[in-house]
Design a protein around this ligand. Structure first.
Ligand SMILES: [Zn+2]
Length: 268
């Protein structure tokens, strides 16, 4: 009887083990893989809960793949800056306006909006808890650290890969082209491409969970990937740590030829 039960459990576990990512649902929370192995050895699966495979909470590289309009908008903005630098301001203005695409806004909202279907959070055992506000000492990266991040990461989001633009570049263009590049107080009043492509310096282990502002813990990301995750850890949202992947080469320069990031005599 005992042997039969054991075989039954083997049959239940073996197909799941092919995925090498097992989680145990324990009430509303998930426990880590090591614990699954432990309870497998102890034959106490039923005691802890039910086994599920990672397809229920798949590991992804980003919340949602970029829509093609983002690459299109980046092309328009790249040409707009080239036109601007040649003194052809009318063309530059038209191209900036063309990049303000509703499809990009929809993509952004679908990730950082309330109840996003693309951002699913699960509790993970052993993850540091969110610290109370009074215990957090917020330190923004210095300009030298930002420079070092761009020298390492380039100008593409480390999660979804879309081109990003520093806010200083956006502000400079908005001064010259305020109609084509609106930047109001609410999301809907902001240029959709510049909003999605807004460069962020994201803490891998969120600051609110005890993560520090060291270069190892900072990544260049776009705004939707940063604000979609908020204070969740990568495990909690089922996103792979981008530091495990090589940085993909890109020719996108972040429109930096307009206003280079400088620290002392070095620049990006
Ligand atoms: Zn992104």
């Amino acid at each position: 009887m005992k042997k039969s039960a054991s075989r039954k459990m083997q049959a239940r576990i073996q197909p799941l083990r092919r995925h090498h990512r097992l989680l145990v649902v324990n009430g509303d929370g998930f426990c880590c893989y090591a614990r699954v192995k432990l309870q497998y050895r102890c034959s106490m699966v039923a005691y802890f809960g039910r086994l599920v495979d990672r397809r229920d909470h798949p590991i992804r590289v980003c919340f949602r793949p970029p829509v093609p309009e983002i690459a299109l908008a980046a092309g328009y903005l790249d040409r707009a800056v080239s036109m601007h630098l040649k003194g052809e301001q009318q063309e530059a203005e038209a191209l900036i306006a063309l990049a303000d695409k509703p499809e990009i806004r929809q993509w952004t909202e679908s990730i950082w909006g309330k109840d996003s279907p693309y951002v699913q959070r699960k509790a993970v055992c052993g993850t540091p808890e969110v610290r109370p506000l009074v215990q957090r000492h917020v330190r923004m990266p210095t300009s030298a650290e930002i420079l070092a991040i761009h020298q390492r990461d380039g100008f593409n989001c480390r999660f979804c890969g879309i081109p990003v633009i520093r806010k200083e570049i956006r502000q400079k263009l908005a001064q010259d082209y305020p109609k084509a590049l609106p930047w109001g107080r609410t999301n809907i009043l902001q240029h959709a491409a510049f909003q999605a492509m807004w460069a962020q310096y994201d803490h891998v282990l969120p600051h609110a969970r005890g993560g520090d502002t060291s270069l190892d813990n900072l990544l260049l990301t776009c705004a939707p990937c940063n604000f979609g995750r908020m204070n969740s850890t990568l495990d909690e949202v089922g996103i792979q740590d981008p530091r495990l992947r090589a940085i993909r080469p890109s020719t996108w320069d972040g429109l930096e030829r307009l206003c280079r990031l400088q620290v002392g005599n070095i620049h990006v």
